[in-house]
Design a binder for this molecule. Structure first.
Ligand SMILES: Cc1ncc(COP(=O)(O)O)c(C=O)c1O
Length: 362
């Protein structure tokens, strides 16, 4: 790919490494540049890296009316050798193409996506925060730009990548487990729908449930399937629970669940962490029973942003509540977090191909 570099003048770019004096928030800051590529009639053309700035699209752009948009969320880490490595970025590229298929968007070869991301990180590498637990959060996305009010797949798109220098999701570590609302009122996804894709519209549709959860002091909703029988997701994370023998149980990936890269990675790393994992359809009733009987000792969510979000309490709309693991952070959840972030940051050996070094090009 022949990337056109239209960089900011040197004097306006970050010229030295980024040493924040306060813990960085997650996802708020931006780096100096962004990557853009256009799609015209099925062809991806004009790859470029330009200063981070607002973009122009027609008011009739299909994305603004019919939500034809998808995205990814990935991370890069600086290792002790001072180099920056992306973590399982090929899996994000694959999943973006899966989402593209679901939303009738032309796909982008994985190596092209990875090259775009690595080239952007290279340009803005000085933005990597010199802070414990920090990462560069990477947000690739595609949206429909054709100016049309007819409902049909757009004939033009933009693929963009922006980045956020971020601190850990929980800056003070796991001080307190989160609370989830169990409700039958909202559903995230339906069979045959877009729930297994990272479609922007899924997240717009989830906002109301998130706001509702807050009324009960919960940070998110525990989503159930449309029959209200099975546990699906913990807000925008996969749900997990841990049995007293240390088995981590993750709901089976149906077409209403996003195939979390974090969950899949944890399943692959399980033998090294001394835990067992399995996937199955998890009945809500069995889960509640398991927590009450003490068979289930920990629960929470897995996802790129926080890695692990332990849940200490589930609340119901009638005010009743279900406490798991004495509302404390469990040992297994902590162990998974430590091991996983150790692999990401190069302190623990990663399986072949999980980490890719960002080469210096500019
Ligand atoms: C709905 C949903 N489930 C699960 C996840 C976790 O996926 P991953 O581990 O790939 O970040 C996310 C976040 O990306 C999500 O939005």
């Amino acid at each position: 790919m022949n990337i056109d570099y239209r960089l900011k003048p040197e004097a306006e770019r970050r010229g030295e490494s980024f040493k924040p004096d306060k813990p960085l928030p997650f996802g708020v800051l931006r780096t100096d540049h962004m990557f853009i590529m256009d799609c015209e009639d099925g062809e991806w053309v004009n790859p470029r890296i330009v200063p981070y700035a607002p973009i122009e699209i027609p008011p009739g752009a299909i994305v603004l009316h019919y939500g034809q948009a998808i995205f990814e969320g990935a991370k890069a880490f600086q290792h002790e050798d001072g180099e920056i490595y992306t973590f399982r970025i090929d899996e994000n590229a694959k999943r973006l193409n899966y989402s593209a298929e679901v939303l009738c968007i032309p796909n982008i070869p994985e190596d092209m996506q990875i090259e775009a991301i690595h080239a952007l990180i290279d340009v803005d590498r000085l933005w990597f925060p010199q802070q414990e637990g920090a990462s560069l959060y990477i947000r690739p996305f595609i949206f429909a730009t054709e100016d049309s009010l007819g409902v049909h797949p757009s004939s033009s798109y933009k693929f963009m990548v922006i980045m956020s220098p971020s601190g850990p999701y929980y800056p003070k570590g796991f001080t307190q487990p989160i609370k989830l609302l169990i409700t039958k009122r909202f559903h995230r996804a339906v069979p045959g729908g877009t729930g297994s894709a990272k479609a922007a519209g899924n997240y717009a549709a989830s906002l109301r449930a998130g706001e509702f959860a807050k009324k009960f002091g919960a940070s998110q909703v525990l989503y159930l399937d449309v029959t209200n029988t099975y546990i699906e997701e913990a807000g925008a994370m996969n749900h997990y629970h841990i049995l007293k023998d240390g088995t981590v149980v993750i709901p089976e990936f149906t077409d209403t669940i996003l195939k979390s890269i974090t969950s899949r990675s944890i399943m692959e790393l399980a033998p090294k962490m001394g835990i067992k994992t399995r996937q199955e359809r998890v009945r809500l009733d069995d889960f509640v029973e398991g927590v009450k009987s003490g068979e289930i000792i920990e629960a929470g969510g897995f996802g790129t942003a926080a890695v692990v979000s332990p849940v200490g309490e589930y609340v119901f709309e009638d005010g009743s509540s279900l406490v798991v693991g004495n509302n404390e952070i469990g040992e297994y959840s902590k162990r998974i977090y430590e091991y996983y972030t150790g692999v990401q940051t190069g302190k623990i050996e990663a399986p072949e191909g999980w980490l890719r070094k960002v080469e210096r090009r500019v």
